[in-house]
Design a protein around this ligand. Structure first.
Ligand SMILES: [Zn+2]
Length: 110
């Protein structure tokens, strides 16, 4: 996979994060990527924090071909939520799990 364009624009309308599937609010900076791979191309949009979490948790090491997808991201979060809390991740709203994992891996919010 090759990232042809990479930027951190300010959202002029509401977008949805490709990782956590939550809203990227107007005025918020987000990651924008335009990727190509084997004749396919797609755009990726994500929260800065979600993207940072991918880095910190080394998710990219597992996914060379398509980058980190929402499915992979969710799996990672479910898994580490379980490891951190010893509670089942089933039935827990995703943003709640994300917060727990985020606080563990990225303790200082900038
Ligand atoms: Zn996100």
């Amino acid at each position: 996979m090759t990232t042809v364009r990479y930027s951190k624009p300010k959202a002029r309308k509401v977008h949805y994060c490709n990782l956590c599937f939550e809203k990227i609010n107007i005025g918020e900076r987000y990651i924008y990527q335009f990727n190509v791979d084997c004749g396919d191309s797609w755009t990726f949009k994500g929260h800065l924090a979600c993207n940072e979490l991918c880095d910190v948790m080394k998710m990219y090491d597992d996914c060379y071909a398509d980058g980190v997808t929402g499915d992979i991201f969710h799996e990672y979060i479910d898994d580490s939520y379980y490891k951190l809390t010893n509670k089942s991740y089933r039935g827990v709203p995703f943003p709640e799990k994300l917060e727990v994992v985020m606080e563990h891996f990225i303790p200082i919010k900038k």
